[in-house]
Write a protein of this length. Structure first.
Length: 342
């Protein structure tokens, strides 16, 4: 009987026959694909670079266009400030205000222009020197003062609304601003030397480090004003209201505060040598460490005032009201100090 004998095929050989052989590509084709990839990549990079350049060029062009428009607006507004017509000047002032909001870089320049406008259009009026040694007692119901012209008041309002937060320095020295409304004004570091600020409203105004030497502030209202380290030397503050004002470390050499209202004011460390505080109201005022050398406090009201470490050497407190021995004991006096009770 014949057997059906099948020839055994080695597994290794059988596997190799079933597995497809790898196709070998020509070397030239691989090199072509590689070059094509590089070319494609360079094309993409070139396109991106072109887009970036175009974008930057467009942005720069827009910036130059905007700058040109700002320059045109500035030139037109400054020209209109010199107009003889009040409505044209007012329009120019408000145009400069809009320009300050649109271009922060131009704020200091515009502030300088507006301040120069006020100095030119409202210079302080020269008054003859007083021949009396003691000013007459002011009226408690004074007549309404003259107000600044509309364009000058508009500039003051615009300066107070400037968007820089008050960093641009205000220079209004020797100006005529009697009766102006400067409530909550941003005047820190401002130069108001010799300015006429009589009857001015300065409620809650920021006047830290401001220069107010020889300024006229009679009958001015400075309630809650901040005058920390301000220079008010030789200023006229007759009958002024400084209730709750902060005058910490303020310079008040030879200042005239006759009839002034300083209730609850802070004058800690303030310098008031030879100041005139005759009949001033200082109820609950804080005068800790204040220098009142040779100051006149005749008939002043000092009820509950804090005089701790205050310098009252050579000061005149004749007739001062509501003082106590305890108050005066906390202050520094000498043999030339004239106390209320002699």
């Amino acid at each position: 009987m014949r057997r059906n004998i099948r020839k055994a095929v080695p597994r290794r050989r059988l596997y190799s026959r079933m597995t497809p052989r790898p196709v070998r590509r020509p070397a030239a084709a691989s090199k072509h694909n590689w070059v094509q990839s590089i070319v494609s990549g360079l094309t993409v990079l070139t396109a991106i670079a072109a887009l970036v350049y175009t974008s930057r060029s467009t942005t720069e062009q827009l910036r130059l266009t905007e700058q040109g428009q700002i320059t045109d607006r500035y030139s037109r507004a400054t020209d209109q400030l010199g107009s003889e017509k009040i409505d044209v000047r007012l329009g120019a002032i408000y145009s400069l205000e809009r320009l300050m909001r649109d271009s922060a870089a131009d704020v200091p320049t515009i502030v300088e222009v507006l301040c120069a406008f006020v100095r030119e259009h409202a210079p302080r009026k020269v008054t003859p020197p007083s021949t009396t040694t003691t000013p007459p007692r002011p009226s408690r119901t004074p007549k309404s003062p003259v107000r600044p012209p509309p364009d000058v008041q508009a500039v003051l309002t615009v300066l107070n609304r400037r968007p820089d937060g008050g960093s641009a320095r205000i220079d209004l020295h020797q100006t005529e601003l009697a009766g102006a409304d400067l409530s909550r004004a941003k005047l820190a570091g401002a130069d108001l030397t010799g300015a006429n600020l009589a009857f001015v409203l300065l409620h809650e105004a920021s006047l830290e480090n401001a220069l107010l030497r020889q300024a006229d502030l009679h009958n001015a209202s400075l309630t809650h004003a901040r005058l920390h380290s301000a220079d008010l030397s030789e200023a006229n503050l007759v009958d002024a209201t400084l209730t709750s004002a902060d005058l910490t470390r303020a310079h008040l050499d030879q200042v005239d505060l006759t009839y002034a209202r300083l209730g609850d004011a802070t004058l800690n460390g303030a310098d008031l040598p030879q100041a005139n505080l005759t009949r001033a109201s200082l109820g609950a005022a804080k005068l800790m460490g204040a220098n009142l050398f040779a100051a006149k406090l005749n008939d002043a009201y000092l009820g509950a005032a804090n005089l701790s470490a205050a310098n009252l050497t050579e000061a005149d407190l004749t007739g001062a009201d509501a003082t106590t021995p305890e108050q005066l004991a906390q202050a520094r006096t000498n043999s030339r100090t004239k106390l209320p009770n002699g």
